[in-house]
Design a protein around this ligand. Structure first.
Ligand SMILES: [Zn+2]
Length: 666
């Protein structure tokens, strides 16, 4: 064999190994219960594989092609996304602090590598000279999005500026890890006598261990906090617990946030933006702070009168219980809301609670989505890190199209909220792996009764997971569902929440310990009560949206707590207590930075999408399959606005959202 043909062969082999599907076998399998050493080794492995591909890319003297450039870049992003998801899951769920810390360290390293790749001039230079004339539309969009992302990260700046940007991003990655760690490690406890806990459901108290003196010590985990705030009759108990809850990770996280906001402002300035919000919104559906403010004004205009009506109705109920009460205190809202729903609509969430045991709810959510999307979900027998963790296969036409991990119950040191963590993208021969980490009661009717709101949360997170399974099988790793515009990402899950208000759906799984199905009239009352408090809710959300935007458009305030209280109070009708330092545990200030509005905007989209289901039958599989194909499956291979328009046949509007809010006046 002469030298030339050897070179050609080598080039051909290289091109083959750069096929997009080729790195899939390097992702996973998930390690059941890895030691810190195994986590570090896996981290080093991922980094090594990414480095190999970068070296091959930069050492390639051939003119840039889709195979030798775009596919290699995509493989690097595919590997770093997979690694990021895997270590995030380990950090959230593994059982010892040493394991979680090792995973958090890897997250920081992967994040740093990802940022460095995104600022690589050499990679960018190959990308801009890539000939795309014969490429399909999806590939063209991908290359253009990548170019835009490179440019937005400052790839065109000089070496010194790019070095500074890298350093800032590394530091932000470390701050983000510290912020989450401080929240997870908050060990605040509060002790009540059983007498003080009058009103709190007995099965909740029975599921906890009492102290020797008969009192009960609770933590600031949401599973402990929520039942007390909703059911305890004693105002002082709720006031004390709320005060402690709003001090989580404070004061330590104030320092973290201050550094974070300062560095973000510097980053924005280096990138030629007026503030960080402008930078963070550039690749979102709404694109700029001015449009967010416009949306906020529109929502406020619709929500404020409804919130005032909600407030007045709730105050009347409070005055019956506490004659002379002049206003609703923040620790009274969650407790008064069900009382008002009872007074106005004869609806008591406690009546519904008996029908929602975790095991039934999980199975019911599975069966619902099976019917909607033509899939089957069955157990998957693999070793996992804890007995509470569960694994499932998602099957379509006899073929496994996705894997799902569920870790649904609280334990010390675990992530304290609910979220979807996506691990591996999918493709031919290897289905995607996604996970839901949440904190719900465990078991059947004896121990696992859930609030209806928790059922909603489960379905919501499961909706993200399904989006992950359907929307991660595209041509390019970098066009999976998590790369959609982030102000769209909540819409599919928020829309899905509607189904746990549907009697026909609930009747398939909501049964009490006696085996009786949830009564139809209870579901009707639940639906009447549903729109009560939406006005107050939207106003409270606007307060948080305002906080998220203002921290990223204004000078760093001296007192973060005072600023947060002030910004929330511009909107919320139930005033924030002077002791509140909720910013310290407001995880979205890290993850969502300036675009917390994404929840509100997603509700606008969700209502609009749902309107088509209402018109054509919410349990009509033709509509849900159409929705799956038009909105979920494309991932981010097309602009979110186009996906929505495909399904609706027109652009999204706020009309359905406003109509839904107005139901609160009925
Ligand atoms: Zn969500």
């Amino acid at each position: 064999m002469n030298k030339l043909s050897a070179t050609l062969l080598a080039t051909a082999a290289m091109a083959t190994s750069a096929q997009a599907g080729d790195v899939r076998h390097l992702m996973g399998p998930i390690m059941a219960n890895p030691t810190p050493g195994q986590i570090e080794a896996k981290c080093a492995f991922y980094i090594g594989e990414i480095d190999l591909r970068r070296d091959a890319l930069l050492g390639d003297q051939a003119a840039p092609t889709i195979a030798n450039t775009l596919e290699r870049i995509d493989n690097m992003f595919g590997l770093s996304n997979a690694a990021g998801g895997e270590f995030t899951l380990y950090r959230q769920v593994l059982t010892t602090p040493e394991q979680r810390d090792a995973a958090a360290d890897c997250e920081v390293r992967i994040d740093s590598l990802y940022n460095e790749l995104g600022l690589s001039r050499e990679v960018y230079d190959r990308l801009v000279t890539l000939d795309l004339t014969d490429a399909d539309a999806v590939t063209q969009r991908y290359a253009e999005t990548l170019r835009r992302d490179f440019e937005a990260s400052g790839v065109a700046l000089d070496d010194e500026q790019r070095t500074r940007i890298n350093a800032i991003k590394d530091e932000l990655g470390e701050l983000s890890a510290a912020f989450a760690r401080n929240i997870a490690n908050d060990k605040s406890e509060i002790t009540f006598t059983l007498d003080e806990l009058t009103g709190v459901p007995e099965d909740f108290i029975a599921s906890r261990e009492l102290n020797a003196d008969g009192s009960l010590t609770l933590t600031t985990s949401y599973t402990d906090y929520q039942p007390v705030m909703q059911y305890a009759d004693n105002d002082e108990v709720r006031r004390r617990f709320a005060e402690l809850y709003d001090l989580r990770a404070w004061p330590e996280n104030d320092a973290v946030l201050a550094q974070m906001f300062t560095l973000r402002a510097e980053l924005a300035q280096l990138l030629g933006r007026e503030n960080y919000a402008q930078y963070a919104l550039a690749d979102k559906m709404l694109q700029e702070p001015a449009r967010v403010r416009q949306l906020m004004a529109e929502v406020e205009q619709a929500a404020r009168p409804i919130a005032q009506n909600d407030y007045a109705r709730m105050l009347t109920v409070l005055q019956d219980l506490q004659p002379g009460a002049e206003r609703i205190e923040p620790w009274q809202g969650n407790w008064l809301s069900p009382k008002t729903q009872q007074a106005l609509f004869d609806y008591d969430p406690q009546d519904a609670r008996q029908y929602f045991a975790y095991n039934n709810v999980r199975d019911g959510v599975f069966r619902l989505t099976e019917r909607m999307f033509g899939i089957e979900i069955r157990e998957w027998d693999i070793p996992l890190w804890h007995e509470d963790a569960e694994a499932f296969e998602v099957i379509e036409n006899g073929e496994v199209i996705g894997h799902l991990l569920l870790d649904s119950h609280p334990r010390p040191g675990k992530y304290t909220h609910a979220n979807n963590v996506h691990l591996y993208p999918g493709g031919p021969g290897q289905p995607p792996l996604t996970s839901v980490v949440q904190n719900l009661p465990k078991g059947d009717h004896a121990t696992g009764l859930m609030e209806h709101s928790q059922v909603t949360t489960f379905l919501h997170e499961f909706g993200h997971a399904l989006h992950g399974i359907f929307g991660s099988n595209g041509r390019w790793y970098g066009q999976y569902y998590l790369d959609v515009e982030w102000d769209f990402i909540e819409a599919p899950s928020q829309m899905l929440e509607n189904w746990v208000y549907d009697y026909d759906t609930l009747a398939t799984f909501a049964v009490n310990a006696q085996g009786e199905t949830i009564p139809r009239d209870l579901v009707e009352k639940m639906n009447k009560a549903r729109y009560f408090n939406r006005g107050l809710f939207e106003m409270a959300q606007l307060g948080l949206t305002n906080t998220s935007l203002r921290f990223h458009t204004e000078e760093l305030p001296e007192d973060l707590g005072a600023a947060t209280r002030g910004w929330r109070n511009e909107y919320t009708l139930i005033k924030v207590p002077e002791t509140s330092q909720m910013q310290a545990a407001f995880g979205h200030l890290d993850g969502y930075s300036a675009y917390y509005y994404t929840y509100g905007w997603s509700r606008v989209i969700a209502e609009d999408l749902y309107a088509r289901f209402v018109a054509e039958g919410i349990n009509n599989p033709a509509v849900s399959m159409d929705y799956r194909r038009a909105v979920l499956e494309p991932g981010s291979s097309r602009a979110a606005g186009d996906l929505i328009a495909d399904f609706l046949g027109r652009e999204v509007t706020v009309d359905a959202f406003k109509a839904s809010l107005n139901k609160g006046m009925e």
